[in-house]
Design a binder for this molecule. Sequence first.
Ligand SMILES: Cc1cc2nc3c(=O)[nH]c(=O)nc-3n(C[C@H](O)[C@H](O)[C@H](O)COP(=O)(O)OP(=O)(O)OC[C@H]3O[C@@H](n4cnc5c(N)ncnc54)[C@H](O)[C@@H]3O)c2cc1C
Ligand code: FES
Length: 285
Amino acid sequence: MSTASNDTGAPRQPDPFVPQSYRVERVSRELPDTVTLKLAPLAGPRPSFEPGQFNMLYAFGIGEVAISVSGDPADSAFVHTVRNVGAVSGALERAAPGSIIGLRGPFGSGWPVKEAEGSDVIIIAGGLGLAPLRPAIYTILANRVRYGRVVILLGSRNPRDILYRHELEQWRQRLDVDIEVTVDHADSEWRGSVGVVPKLIPTAAFDPRGAFGLVCGPEVMMRFSVNALLDAGLPPDRIYASMERNMKCAIGLCGHCQFGPTFVCKDGPVMRFDRIAGIFAMREI
Ligand SMILES: Cc1cc2nc3c(=O)[nH]c(=O)nc-3n(C[C@H](O)[C@H](O)[C@H](O)COP(=O)(O)OP(=O)(O)OC[C@H]3O[C@@H](n4cnc5c(N)ncnc54)[C@H](O)[C@@H]3O)c2cc1C
Ligand code: FES
């Protein structure tokens, strides 16, 4: 997003409603329906972002959708992982290298990576939910000495759908991170866990009394994961979940993303569990 200076010399914030042009620098196919796009701004540096924040990506002539940043905060481009589930995400999934897309953002709240320093961190992802968590993982691994034990638990429908498979293998080589992947449905080659990801929580190696829990995935998976973290003894104010609702304005004006008394675009998407406990258990609120 370009930030021209105003009369006082201070950088002027771009209009949050006006998409800035970004060039698709690289397209990496993750899964048959999912790609990772590397997007470079046509003008100026890319704005900084916090792990967990999202951008509104605009496929010209088709529409705009919320997509979390999935790349390394140290990368000079914006990296997004998009699953083709409809018109706009389909157009983004088919974007060719060199094509131009619009981008507004970043918006919303991030994961508590700073607050979690000095503590154990347990990261629980379901499927594509690993994408919004990946910038937090990069940040924690880049500053590994500042954290206690780090546990990453990933649930996938089947072995073929495991996201960022090569990167998970690289992280697994490290001796300072515990990674456990479970699948709902195994194939004949699968040697790992079978079952839903919350079932891995009771045996994960971390100290629940002071740990931070970061959870992202389908809502039903997040409900069971949060309950398992509470059962393990994590305080409710140390559990964070990333919520998803349809977005339009992304800046708290239109009401499209209402979640009980909150707006996911500006109060979230990352929300502290004790602040949403009353509405978290309700379906389709
Ligand atoms: C904060 C945030 C971060 C996100 N991050 C990512 C990400 O990193 N990667 C990614 O791929 N996606 C992400 N999403 C999801 C993405 O924004 C949606 O899937 C978006 O709706 C896709 O738009 P579309 O036009 O392609 O499909 P749509 O036409 O919107 O359809 C998408 C799916 O949602 C269903 N749907 C649409 N509208 C509604 C509705 N009102 N109520 C219930 N179901 C509905 C459709 O039936 C379909 O199955 C994120 C969403 C949010 C809010
Ligand atoms: S998208 Fe408009 S209020 Fe959240």
